[in-house]
Design a protein around this ligand. Structure first.
Ligand SMILES: Nc1ncnc2c1ncn2[C@@H]1O[C@H](COP(=O)(O)OP(=O)(O)OP(=O)(O)O)[C@@H](O)[C@H]1O
Length: 563
């Protein structure tokens, strides 16, 4: 329990730090709505003065008349224009905050890659909903909070000078607003943070289940899942209502305070109607300025839950952004050939689990192929993850052309690599667009050449739209072998000196495997390549040395075909 509290406090502190950094990043854009808000308040206070003079004139207590009426109308127009300008400035501040943060969150998610084990939906929720929640902090909460301090304080001073009792009443009433909100909102920040966690969990679960829809239906688990999703949605609703309750309670309390203040000041200066008030205009102004006094407090109260939501979202985003900037050097240019060496490399995913790599050493001269064999779980994919920069070795050294790869930024390392996984991800779009994903600036001729080399044309030539045939998300409309060839075409198009293939022929029939192996042979030619595979046909059919892994260590090495 104490640990949870400590964790909450640490998360809240990290969230506050993130909000402060964002505020500095926004600079003047964050302050413009405050300046415009001050101008609006100034116009309101001046307008109250002109109206007080006018009413005093009408009551026969002063000289106010047409000029005051015209002045008050002009100020009303000016205030309306200033409010519009303030809204535009608020929108711009919120948009700038969202755009900057979303780009950084997305970059951080990409940089972490598969090493970040969160569910896809949870990651989407971080980049979409939680970033969205920060908009209100900069566009509404921040100006509202500052104006709620400055404007009422200015009015209290002015009223105090004329009648200290009226000033004191305004001071007490004004101070009751934050007290009231704090009482209503105790625990709201924590509730809000938990609301975001609940939202992220719901998004994660939902995306995961939608992805596995056919498995759900097949095992008749659809109803159970609907119940579980319903429970998660109910949890989210309860937490959302807890956060909103603060807003409703505080706005109700505020209206009560405003009405009470107005009634008291009207009673105090009631002698106006008896025509014996010493300073009728100022007394009337004290009454008429009450709406201008409470308006910033009203805005503050309305924006209060936005601040709580934003703090909750910032606490969730802070850890992701804290380790967002992987350090390292940039490549001057991608070398045409790379030689690779591993010396005593160790990798541990989690304490208490056996190491995935446990002192692996080998060297691979430029232009050669290494076939990584070994039982499932022996560490083949883990080695590829290190070479892709998704993980850093816990010990040992991996060098490319003699340079330690940990000195390079992970993204720079990936510039040298063409990787094809066990099931290349196919996006919704045409086959050509999916190939071009590897190098968006590639022209049509290069895409076609890559498609031909990877034997993609062998099946698209029979389709009416050829390479422009649309395919669905996740490769819907393509067989496993066809999707694998699209993945290989991406690797051809990338023209990288280091090729990493992870089980590229897994679950293919012998005929298709032969076609894919032919494409792989071509891809590895003239490049340095590591092919992780269980397949006997691949081990027989691809040229290169075979390195057998066992429990994260090299257990044997033998020559494969062509040596
Ligand atoms: N993200 C991870 N978190 C924790 N442990 C992991 C993670 N990824 C892999 N492991 C563990 O590391 C070990 C090596 O896994 P790895 O995926 O590298 O094996 P592999 O040889 O590629 O297996 P396969 O041939 O089945 O793909 C296994 O014991 C696995 O359970």
């Amino acid at each position: 329990m104490a640990e949870a509290g400590q964790f909450d406090r640490a998360a809240a502190k990290a969230g506050r730090k993130l909000l402060g950094q964002e505020l500095r990043r926004l600079g003047g854009r964050a302050w413009l709505p405050v300046v415009l808000g001050l101008a609006v308040a100034g116009a309101g206070i001046a307008q109250a003065w002109l109206l007080a003079s006018l009413v005093a004139g009408l009551l026969g207590l002063g000289t106010g008349g047409w000029p005051e009426l015209i002045g008050a109308a002009a100020l009303a127009l000016l205030a309306a224009a200033l409010v519009s300008a303030q809204e535009i400035a608020q929108g711009a501040a919120g948009r700038a905050a969202r755009a900057g943060l979303r780009a950084r969150v997305f970059a951080a998610l990409l940089a972490a890659g598969p090493a970040d084990g969160r569910a896809a939906g949870e990651k989407a929720s971080l980049a979409v909903e939680q970033v969205e929640a920060l908009d209100g902090y900069f566009s509404r909460w921040l100006p509202a909070a500052l104006l709620a301090l400055m404007v009422p304080a200015g009015i209290i001073v002015a009223v105090w000078v004329f009648d200290w009792v009226s000033g004191l009443v305004l001071l007490v009433m004004g101070m009751l607003v934050p007290v009231f909100m704090a009482v209503a909102g105790i625990g709201a920040a924590r509730a809000s943070r938990r609301q975001f966690d609940a939202l992220a969990r719901l998004s994660g679960r939902f995306t995961d289940r939608i992805r596995g829809l056919s498995t759900l239906v097949q095992f008749n688990r659809a109803e159970d899942e609907a119940v579980a999703l319903g429970a998660a949605a109910e949890e989210l609703r309860t937490r959302t209502m807890r956060v909103l309750r603060v807003a409703f309670l505080s706005s109700g309390g505020l209206e009560l305070l405003a009405a009470g203040t107005l009634a008291y000041l009207a009673w105090r200066h009631g002698s106006l109607l008896g025509h014996n008030h010493p300073d009728a205009v100022t007394a009337l102004w004290c009454i008429l300025v009450v709406p201008a006094f409470f308006q910033p407090l009203r805005n503050f109260s309305a924006a209060y839950h936005e601040a709580q939501s934003a703090r909750g979202a910032a606490a969730a985003l802070a850890p992701l952004l804290a380790d967002a900037a992987p350090q390292g050097l940039a490549l001057e240019k991608v070398p045409p050939l790379v030689a690779l060496s591993c010396a005593d490399v160790k990798l541990n995913y989690a304490a208490g689990r056996p190491p995935a790599l446990d002192g692996l050493s080998f060297s691979l001269p430029a232009g050669e192929t290494l076939l990584l064999a070994g039982a499932s779980g022996s560490g083949k994919s883990s080695l590829l993850a290190l070479l892709l920069g998704f993980r850093r070795p816990d010990a040992g050294r991996i060098a490319i052309n003699g340079q330690d790869i940990t000195r390079l930024r992970p993204a720079e390392l990936r510039r040298m690599v063409a990787h094809v996984g066990q099931r290349p991800h196919i996006f919704a779009g045409t086959i050509a667009e999916n190939i071009a994903f590897a190098r968006p600036e590639a022209g049509r001729a290069a895409i076609e050449a890559a498609a031909e080399a990877a034997q993609v044309l062998a099946f698209t030539d029979h389709l009416p739209l050829g390479l422009d045939t649309p395919v669905g998300e996740g490769g819907h409309g393509l067989s496993g072998g066809q999707a694998q060839r699209v993945g290989l075409a991406r690797a051809f198009l990338r023209e990288a000196p280091l090729v990493l293939l992870d089980e590229p022929t897994a679950s293919l029939d012998p005929g298709t495997e032969g076609i894919v192996l032919e494409a792989i042979r071509k891809l590895c030619m003239g490049r340095t390549a590591i092919v992780a595979t269980h397949s006997a046909a691949a081990l027989r059919g691809l040229p290169g040395r075979v390195l057998v892994l066992e429990n994260g260590r090299a257990s044997g090495r033998r020559a494969a075909a062509g040596e």
